[in-house]
Design a protein around this ligand. Structure first.
Ligand code: PMP
Length: 355
């Protein structure tokens, strides 16, 4: 038995994996594999439609917004967002809360001016900067809602008067959000959506086509919206498994139900980190992520021993990001409360041995 706390690609539910495996051999009793059907076949169009419908229903996406499924990962949107929304002579406002937002900033600078409104870089990205006002005369405001590497998250929708853009790669579908407040949301699939290979984009109608830039066709959001994700061959299998995963989430009761579970899971683990004399959290308490819990051991030399102890008990994927060290346990939707209880029990057991 393995307890997978990997940061991404993250854990998927057993039932989802079983159905995904079946479809590789025999998709919908067609006698064909999902890997060998046309993306323009009726069967796949049904999959695409249902995936979109599920995403729309689970996130309460209003009719004012389109949903598209693209390849290229979240990183491709670091460039596609400015390409599509930032005129050459325009300015985009970015919040710098970690490596992913820094990468987004670096790409945006290739297309126009960038103003970094605030940054927590000098505090090792351990918190979310607050108390700034986003100017009204910029092309858009971009932020990252959950910093996968540093274990920080924000749960508030920024109040801005310009188009709001968010990288929600590591917390989408983990909590209710007000999609209507956003002009564009993007998220790599490999945490709470499905397998790697697909990126979900939610884009408000009417915000595209205003930069005056001749955008390469494949990077033009408008083209993908017009072709309903079928401009070219989409990530057929990743979309199929996403459909299965979103069905699983809907059957559990949807995002507000999983959000309550996620709150309980994170609270349990943070409580242990705060109570246990061997461990310390790295993110500021008020900005702690519910998805990625980062911590270190107060005695550095125990870290290797604890890793070995945990891995002997079947706990995998808890090494901290190479830029941060220590530990990171990711509590994505498919990681259940029992797994977190087991992790906490393992931390306690280790502490008993050491004391
Ligand atoms: N943004 C965030 C918040 C992420 O966590 C990641 C990947 N972990 C990325 C962007 C990059 O995603 P991809 O590898 O799909 O390009």
């Amino acid at each position: 038995m393995k307890y997978n706390f990997g940061a991404g690609p993250g854990k998927l539910a057993k039932e989802v994996l079983a159905e995904a495996a079946e479809a590789v051999q025999n998709f919908n009793n067609t006698g064909l594999s999902i890997l060998e059907i046309s993306h323009r076949s009726e069967d796949f169009i049904e999959v695409l439609n249902e995936t979109e419908q599920l995403a729309r229903q689970l996130l309460a996406v209003p009719d004012t917004h389109d949903i598209i499924f693209l390849q290229g990962g979240a990183s491709s949107h670091f460039a596609m967002v400015p390409m599509n929304l930032l005129p050459d002579d325009g300015t985009a406002i970015y919040l710098d809360t970690g490596m992913w937002s820094s990468k987004a900033i670096a790409e945006a600078k290739k297309f126009g001016k960038v103003s970094v409104i605030a940054s927590s870089v000098n505090a090792d990205y351990s918190f979310y900067p607050k108390g700034f006002t986003v100017p009204k005369d910029a092309a858009y405001y971009h932020f990252t809602s959950n910093n996968t590497i540093y274990g920080t998250g924000t749960f508030e929708t920024p109040q801005v008067d310009i188009p709001l853009v968010c990288d929600m790669s590591s917390d989408i579908f983990s909590r209710d959000i007000d999609v209507s407040a956003y002009s564009l949301i993007y998220a790599g699939a490999q945490k709470n959506i499905g397998p790697a290979g697909m990126t979900l984009v939610i884009v408000k109608k009417g915000i595209l086509g205003r930069t005056g830039r001749d955008i390469p066709t494949i990077f033009d959001y408008g083209v993908h919206v017009a072709h309903r994700s079928l401009y070219n061959t989409p990530a057929v299998y990743a979309i199929y498994v996403t459909m299965l995963n979103l069905r699983w989430l809907a059957a559990k009761g949807g995002v507000s139900v999983i959000e309550q579970e996620n709150i309980r899971k994170a609270a349990l683990l943070y409580q242990e980190i705060d109570d246990n004399p061997l461990f310390s959290g790295t993110a500021r308490k008020e900005d702690r992520s519910r998805m990625n819990v980062t911590f270190v051991m107060n005695a550095k030399d125990l870290e290797y021993e604890f890793s070995t102890f945990a891995s002997q008990r079947g706990i995998v994927g808890i090494a901290g990001h190479r830029h941060v060290g220590g530990f990171r346990t990711s509590l994505y939707n498919a990681v259940d409360l029992k797994a977190v209880e087991f992790l906490v029990e393992t931390m306690r057991e280790f502490t008993r041995i050491k004391q």
